[in-house]
Design a protein around this ligand. Structure first.
Ligand code: SF4
Ligand code: SF4
Length: 400
């Protein structure tokens, strides 16, 4: 009986129209990294849309209205759930969809529907809410270890300031050279910045949002917004594209009103500081580097030029590009919390990124996302191709 319930309650009218509008043309298939490494058509964007459309038809279609909703087969629902959670939510399918379906938003909302039905999330993703409730972060690590292992002694944090830095859970616990680089660069800019105490800098909510588990979002967002408001913050600088994404796109609706501060990715903040002369990169780097656009930074919030501006301001550097870059970048495999469950897919995608960087004869692969940083480093272990991996602010902090 439960499989006769409507499948459209978590979707906006626009998203229902998007599902209806898919022509099954298959254009998106050419751009899907999961399809690429698995070769499994069941995980493909049109197949997911086709299946979900059938579910809607069974419970909300014309026949359902005339004769009552039909029961949707449980096995089909399970297959769909697996497919929608295997996706990295990279959004490349939507970027290349002639109909303009905004898949980077659609897939998480379909996941939310599966959570409501008790089918999602999958595997370790289900532990995230309890971990965040217990420790404030999805890794269930102690708050006392959030800053301590990496925060440089010489950097002073103001009690109150216009500018705040949010390290984020993945940066603080899984990609410490990144966040260390961030605060060293902020310090070099010379403007005071504040941070919340480690026990108050809780998760931004993205791992919950992306896996369809929305229950704790309001509490997390309210605590963070109030914390920064109390410190007089007008600009919140983050290292993680996923934090930037949910803060920009979703925090105002979750919080219930406009945020009292603007959100900036660290590359935006630093590129501005370079342009207005607050930061000068004097040390030369005679290397060719290749920059990987994080999906949630480029396709997510349109931050494409700023990281390149930062890199090009380094004397002596040559900046190379992946075949797929900017709005068309190929996911490194770390997105959508899929890496927690489909580890082998993530490693295979990470290795594609490494292989292309090596084929292009780059001296370094530059990343700007803690999830990319952690997973691509992992993908390189034991791989035939090796390259130096450096976070963009880790690089910059070593040149000032
Ligand atoms: S490109 Fe768009 S319309 Fe074509 S199959 Fe993919 S999602 Fe559907
Ligand atoms: S969001 Fe990315 S991984 Fe998911 S279906 Fe689209 S292209 Fe494939």
């Amino acid at each position: 009986m439960k499989n006769k319930r409507s499948f459209t309650t978590e979707l906006s009218a626009h998203q229902i129209l998007e599902i209806d509008a898919c022509t099954q043309c298959g254009e998106c298939l050419k751009h899907c990294p999961v399809q690429d490494v698995t070769g499994n058509p069941a995980v493909s964007p049109p197949e997911k849309i086709r299946m979900f459309r059938e579910f809607i038809r069974a419970t909300d279609g014309l026949k359902a209205r005339l004769f009552g909703p039909a029961e949707v087969d449980q096995k089909l629902l399970q297959d769909f759930t697996k497919a929608v959670y295997e996706c990295t939510t990279c959004g490349a399918c939507g970027q290349n969809c002639p109909v303009g379906i905004f898949t980077q938003r659609l897939w998480p909302m379909l996941r939310k529907e599966m959570v409501k039905r008790g089918l999602g999330p999958i595997g370790a993703q289900a532990e995230t809410p309890a971990a965040i409730k217990n420790s404030g972060n999805p890794y269930n690590k102690p708050a006392g270890e959030r800053y301590k292992p990496w925060f440089p002694e010489q950097v002073k944090v103001a009690d109150r300031s216009d500018i705040a830095y949010y390290a984020g859970c993945t940066g603080a616990y899984e990609a410490q050279p990144m966040v260390k680089g961030d605060v060293l660069v902020l310090n070099a800019i010379g403007e005071p910045f504040t941070m919340l105490p480690p026990e108050e800098e809780v998760c931004c909510g993205f791992p919950l949002f992306i896996t369809g588990q929305h229950d704790l979002l309001k509490d997390l967002v309210t605590r963070l917004v109030k914390g920064y408001k109390a410190k007089g913050v007008r600009k919140l600088v983050c290292s993680c594209p996923c934090c930037v994404n949910i803060m920009t796109r979703d925090w105002p609706a979750i919080y219930g009103e406009a945020l009292p501060f603007k959100i900036r990715h660290i590359t935006q903040h630093v590129s501005e500081a370079i342009k207005n002369g607050k930061l000068q990169l004097r040390n030369k780097l005679s290397e060719s580097v290749i920059y990987h656009d994080p999906c949630y930074l480029s396709r997510g919030v349109g931050v494409i030029e700023e990281p390149r501006e930062v890199l090009r301001s380094i004397p002596g550097i040559t900046v190379l590009e992946f075949e797929r870059h900017g709005l068309n970048s190929r996911c490194c495999g770390s997105g959508g919390a899929a890496r927690k469950v489909y580890h082998e897919n993530a490693i295979a995608m990470g290795r594609q990124t490494i292989d292309e960087a090596v084929a292009k004869k780059a001296d370094r692969l530059i990343l700007a996302c803690p999830a990319c940083y952690a997973k691509v480093n992992e993908a390189m272990q034991g791989h035939k191709n090796q390259i130096r991996i450096t976070d963009i602010m880790e690089l910059v902090s070593g040149l000032i």
